[in-house]
Design a protein around this ligand. Sequence first.
Ligand code: MRU
Length: 368
Amino acid sequence: MKVNGTDIRPIGLDQDGKRVKIIDQRLLPHQLEIVDLYNVDDVIRAIKDMYVRGAPLIGVTGAYGVYLGILNCDQPDHMIDHIENTCDRLIHARPTAVNLKWAVDKVRQTILESTSYNEAVFRAKVKAQEILEFEINNCKQIGQYGAELIQTISRQKQGKPVNILTHCNAGWLACIEYGTATAPIYTAFDMGIPVHVWVDETRPLNQGARLTAWELLQYGVPHTVIVDNTGGHLMQHGMVDMVIVGSDRSTYTGDVANKIGTYLKALAAKDNGIPFYVALPSSTFDWSISDGINEIPIELRDPHEIHYISGIDQDDNVMSVRITPKKTTAVNYAFDVTPARLVTGFITEKGVCKANEHDILRLFPQKK
Ligand code: MRU
């Protein structure tokens, strides 16, 4: 995606093949800073502290983490033990998004199949790059399929702008290129379909207000930031035509874990008869579980993220201020689960399907 006219991605391997370069998303939208990751510890810190975030991106970061792990292994004779330990540490960096385990396991498997240390290093690098390209391609396809849904609504509205509400950031920052939830929006916009996006601010870390708004602004897509509790009111007054969100993990039965607050949007959408779509690549499906509410681990993050809010002052100085009383406690659930019955459909790289086992497996028959 372009930032001030320059093509940029949230992650990439440096030309020397020894460093992973990432955008430090904690600093956006006020500072665009590229950070180098040299080893597994750097990668784990970047994932845990959310320099990088978003399910597909943390998957790709984890994949590069395994590559850096094998590259920097100082005892090649013990590379298997070393890599098992590295993979376990990476997988536990963040628990909810299943893409992390999916991607780490793929590179781990490649290493286990290698017959020498040098081959393992080479193949781990190739596999990590492949995963990156796979996610880019998935997002492109999601954009095509999702844009058709937007086009249908646009025709029904006789060309008046289609109002789409989204939560958190499931944009290119979270998914390498195009995004998942945003890909249909960017594609529709490129097709000349008038769209307008309601951007949930997404407390506590404000991924919507900081990141989605910044992305849409770069692309020129009309949008408006709203506080998290505004969606229901807009829906009651006919100001939302559809909701598109991303996912961090979805069951093959159609339950969806996504950023905290997604469930409430789905309830409000259902009550108002508004289509609620989830855009996700196949790497975000967990094919091993059927009950999202009871089986998807929900990350509990540091309450500090609730107590403090950061931004810039009038002189552009970045600052963080406390907003709760000093002795008040807070609890920080990072995700919630929207049950399949509230989801109108999934937009995947293989097409659009209903949120049920039968229809999901129709698109991914090899997972049966
Ligand atoms: O905690 P985050 O920022 O890593 O959460 C991930 C998200 O941005 C979303 O929940 C998103 O909708 C799914 S990731 C494409």
